[in-house]
Write a protein that binds this ligand. Structure first.
Ligand code: APR
Length: 256
């Protein structure tokens, strides 16, 4: 894979790199992207109808089951070459901040610390009434088949339903998390936007703001997106292949 020498030079000279990721970065780990057709029994459902407070209130077993099914899928898979190349890059640039829309923990498992999860995490549920965090049993969720009906646990303190610790449609981003992400955008000089359709706001504003502030924006996606016209470089391809090749072009082969 050949890259523009200017792009590689800008990467090598960058002081603060933000890696902004979406579902496409976990696709090569076998996690379907959000807008892909859902598999198995879930193929009859639209994710945007399940990821709401209203859906959870009406059908807590269905919504909790869907998230437990996804959490199981994440726990039995591994970080892929994209997560690994990003983690390896963190050792070569003065500062690297990962800001993700993903609710999995694959960046952390590849070795990145302090990941900013704009849309929360599958692994940090909380009470839907009192807000206290709930500790999930260790290990892979013990659900049957596709987890179509799994009642959520009850909060140990107030007895309310425990809900997934993710941001649903219609909910604001957690203020502290969003504040950290915006702060990072103000100080970055280079941003990767990898595997995101860049259509869900406010998260999608990140690469647009970075470009407006003069940062070099490198987009990695097999498909065109709304970001194409403002990105400094549009790299069409799979995240794992492209990120591993970029690392190699900038710093040589890395160990996995
Ligand atoms: N490598 C890179 N990009 C990929 C790959 C891959 N292997 N496979 C798919 N893609 C791209 C698709 O072309 C698409 O542009 O990843 C993008 C995935 O888009 P979405 O499914 O819309 O996911 P995302 O952008 O993360 O969605 C944002 O929307 O629904 C909400 O909360 C949900 O966090 C999610 C947010």
């Amino acid at each position: 894979m050949q890259f523009d020498t200017l792009m590689i030079a800008r990467l090598r000279a960058a002081r603060h790199v933000i890696v902004f990721t979406g579902a496409g970065v976990s696709q090569e780990s076998g996690i379907p992207t959000f807008r892909d057709a859902m598999t198995g029994l879930w193929s009859n459902f639209n994710p945007e109808d399940l990821a709401t407070v209203e859906a959870f209130t009406a059908h807590p077993d269905q919504v909790w089951g869907w998230y437990e099914w996804r959490r199981k899928a994440v726990m039995i898979t591994q970080p892929n070459p994209a997560h690994q190349a990003i983690a390896a890059m963190a050792a070569h640039v003065p500062k690297l901040t990962v800001v993700t829309q993903n609710v999995d923990d694959l960046h952390e498992r590849a070795g990145i610390q302090g990941v900013i999860h704009l849309h929360g995490s599958l692994h940090e549920p909380r009470c839907s009434d009192c807000g206290r965090q709930y500790e999930l049993p260790a290990g892979v969720p013990d659900i049957e088949g596709d987890g179509m009906h799994v009642m959520p646990p009850r909060c140990n303190h107030c007895g309310g339903w425990v809900r997934p610790g993710v941001v649903w449609f219609g909910e604001p981003l957690p203020g502290d998390t969003w504040g950290q992400a915006k702060e990072a955008v103000r100080s970055c000089d280079l941003m990767f936007s990898i595997g995101t359709s860049a259509v869900i706001y406010p998260a999608a504003v990140m690469p647009f703001e970075a470009a407006e502030r003069g940062a070099c924006v490198i987009q990695v996606n097999p498909m065109p997106t709304d970001l194409d016209p403002v990105a400094s470089f549009n790299l069409r391809g799979k995240a794992g292949e492209v990120m591993a090749a970029i690392f190699n072009a900038a710093w040589g082969p890395h160990e996995r």
